[in-house]
Ligand binder design. Structure first.
Ligand code: ATP
Ligand code: SF4
Length: 305
């Protein structure tokens, strides 16, 4: 069975579209990889699989091997730099072109979710992250049922739930938390994304929307609040163009100076910088924040399994 050699399976859920679920999945995967773990992402967001775009592997095609479909390798393990491997399987690889939408009816969607869980040959993984569609649709029910049936209890760790701070998003995420409790999915914690904005000129973090809604909701449901991630335009540039993040002099995040050294600004800013995404991400202001969230997730998963 394709899940057999996976140590921990984590779902990434959100009640609402556009809150940054795929970005959180991406950053969780990169942070786990930077912590030396081997990671897989299974992207079953049928409403618009965005993981291939985030890793610039939209043209990857699914290949078949005797053990099942082979995931695409984003980078191999680099033990000298303490980096674990990262592989991806996305529903997007099966679609004919960029921007194509999945127009299947419910039963076909649920069949595909089951097939993706059973037919991908992951080999050994420390963590498999599953990026899901927003909401609590038939696919979620099918996913929950299949995981609860097929994965060993020590494998299926639970779900990280993503929200933005505004009440309109947290209201939908409350439904998601209720869904988890009804289906027996353990909630590992809540991440509040787009919580403030990192100014590209001065690196001040400003709360343009409200802040703290995710933490209030986590407290109401008695689940762990994993932390806040601001909007950083440099993260968007990294994802969209592959350019290494750059910050003005004096940029300090979590007590650490992350400003781009003047001598490196030219070469580091090149779009053609051939370094793998995981190394460029290490220079992003969000990386230390997400590193702390990831350490928390690892510890909660350890307690859960
Ligand atoms: N903290 C952040 N800083 C900067 N940009 C962000 C951040 N979080 C998300 N984004 C950007 O916002 C956009 C939407 O994010 P994303 O695709 O992750 O949302 P989603 O919840 O997965 O959406 P969907 O429901 O369509 O799957 C993306 O372009 C992403 O790069
Ligand atoms: S201090 Fe920063 S956030 Fe405030 S106006 Fe100036 S550049 Fe923008």
């Amino acid at each position: 069975m394709s899940l057999a050699k996976i140590k921990h399976i984590v779902l990434v859920l959100s009640g609402k579209g556009g809150v940054g679920k795929s970005s959180v999945t991406t950053q969780l995967a990169l942070s786990l990889s930077l912590a030396g773990h081997s990671v897989g992402i299974l992207d079953i967001d049928l409403t618009g699989p965005s993981i291939p775009r985030m890793f610039a592997i939209e043209d990857a095609k699914v290949t078949q091997a005797p053990g099942g479909w082979l995931p695409t390798t984003v980078h191999e393990a680099d033990p000298l730099n303490g980096i674990g491997s990262l592989r991806i399987m996305s529903l997007g690889f099966l679609l004919p072109g960029r921007g194509d939408a999945v127009v299947w009816r419910g039963p076909k969607k649920t069949a595909m979710v089951r097939q993706f869980l059973s037919d991908v040959f992951w080999d050994e993984l420390d963590y498999l992250l599953i990026d899901t569609p927003p909401g609590t649709s038939d696919e979620h029910i099918s996913l929950a049922e299949t995981l609860l049936q097929k994965a060993r209890p020590d494998q299926f760790a639970g779900a990280v739930v993503v929200t933005t701070p505004q009440a309109v998003a947290t209201a939908d995420v409350r439904k998601e938390l209720n869904f988890c409790s009804k289906t027996g999915i353990r909630v590992l914690g809540v991440v509040e994304n787009m919580s403030g904005y990192v100014c590209p000129n001065c690196s001040e973090c400003t709360n343009i929307f409200s802040s703290g809604g995710g933490e209030v909701m986590a407290n109401d449901f008695n689940v762990r609040f994993l932390g806040r991630i601001p909007i950083d335009p440099q993260f968007l540039v990294l994802i969209e163009t592959g350019r290494r993040p750059q910050y003005p002099e004096g940029t300090v995040i979590n007590g650490q100076d992350i400003s781009t050294p003047a001598h490196a600004a030219g070469s580091q800013g090149e779009v053609t910088d051939p370094a793998p995404l995981v190394q460029k991400y290490r220079d992003c202001s969000l990386a230390p924040l997400f590193g702390a969230i990831t350490a928390d997730v690892i510890s909660v998963v350890g307690q859960a399994n």
